[in-house]
Design a protein around this ligand. Structure first.
Ligand code: NAD
Length: 331
């Protein structure tokens, strides 16, 4: 283990970044947050953090300047989470998606790498693209499920990332992942992280989007049949893993991990609607949606002595309590 005490979190006002900032500050770390606050909700997260931690170092800046910032800053590790986060928006503006995700990650990874500072990166299941849609499926009453070897196990790090279409977001995040690993960092292919401080919308953060819509009485549209399956990982379990990765960064140089709740924490859109008592509307499938994706978390569990502890039921209940509170505060 290495002594990490000072960290930079890019995207530190976002969902995962702000939760990690809180977690690490609680453990005595010195945290600097870099964020341009482009995400709706990040300004609220930042204001609340400033209240809780008046001494928090904040850089309201863009990833465009990340190389210069990382070259100068006194830090032991960089958690790189700032990104264009939505597949939908990557189709609308692929150039912006490339600038932020591919070029921005290159800037962070190369500047940190040149100083021997480890970068811990948020990649995505979208790096597998349409390869996932080639897996044979079986249809169950409320969900799709893998058939064959992957059933119950899920997608591991060795699953193919090649040969198929990925979506522009999948490509830009994969490029970022490759640069980070090339320069000695660690990449996490997140499936679906959810929890408190997440301002989900129809483009990204579906669990949060569903709960916000329920609380506000706004109808939900499901694209496709609603039997799509994801594995959910509660943010509390996610930040525990991220801290371990920072501490073990030397040993984990260049590694990649599939990170999610695993098969035990899977849910379909229809099942979440039932849990929340939502009656959704339906529309056409969105391009490149994966019908089933869940992570094989064996590698992360073994190498980091980690496993998810918060069940989907418990996590949704905690998240709902937070959303009910924040919606009242925002009214
Ligand atoms: N939440 C998930 O389920 C999930 C799944 C897969 C991958 N990821 C990845 O995890 C990371 C964090 O996701 P999140 O859910 O916390 O999203 P988020 O949108 O809440 O956080 C991202 C933050 O980055 C900031 N940002 C965006 N562009 C920036 C730029 N050019 N310069 C500086 N700051 C910028 C935003 O303002 C926001 O605060 C992202 O890289 C995302 O691709 C998340």
């Amino acid at each position: 283990m290495i002594a990490i005490k000072k960290v930079l979190i890019t995207g530190g006002a976002g969902f995962i970044g702000s939760n990690l900032a809180r977690h690490l500050i609680g453990k005595g770390y010195q945290v600097t947050v870099l964020d341009n606050l482009q995400r709706k909700g990040s300004e609220i997260n930042l204001k609340r953090m400033q209240k809780e931690f008046p001494k928090l170092a904040i850089l309201k800046d863009d990833l465009d300047n990340a190389d210069k910032i990382v070259q100068k800053l006194d830090v032991d590790a960089v958690y790189h989470f700032a990104a264009q986060v939505a597949v939908t928006k990557s189709y609308e503006n692929p150039a912006d998606d490339f600038r932020i995700n591919a070029q921005g990650s290159f800037k962070v990874a190369s500047a940190a790498g040149s100083r021997g500072i480890p970068v811990i990166y948020a990649s995505t299941n979208k790096v597998y693209g349409d390869n996932v849609n080639d897996i044979e499926l079986q249809e169950l009453p409320t969900r799709w499920e893998f058939k064959g070897d992957l059933k119950g196990r899920g997608i591991s790090e060795s699953f193919s990332i090649d040969s198929k279409k990925h979506t522009p977001y999948g490509v830009s995040k994969l490029v970022g992942e490759m640069y980070v690993r090339e320069f000695g960092g660690i990449a996490n292919r997140f499936s679906c992280i959810y929890g408190e401080n997440q301002f989900g919308d129809a483009d990204q953060g579906w669990v949060s989007h569903f709960v916000f819509s329920k609380v506000r009485g706004i109808p939900i549209t499901i694209y496709g049949d609603g039997k799509q399956v994801r594995d959910l990982l509660h943010i509390q379990d996610n930040v525990r893993l991220l801290e371990q990765e920072g501490l073990n960064a030397k040993k984990l140089k260049g590694e990649v991990f599939c990170v999610g709740g695993g098969h035990d924490n899977t849910i379909s859109l229809l099942e979440l609607c039932k849990m929340l008592d939502i009656k959704p509307k339906f529309a056409d499938w969105r391009p490149a949606d994966q019908k089933v994706y869940y992570s094989d978390i064996t590698k992360a569990s073994k190498m980091l002595n980690w496993k998810p502890e918060v069940s989907v039921k418990e996590g949704i209940s905690r998240m709902s309590a937070w959303i009910n509170k924040i919606v009242k505060e925002m009214e």
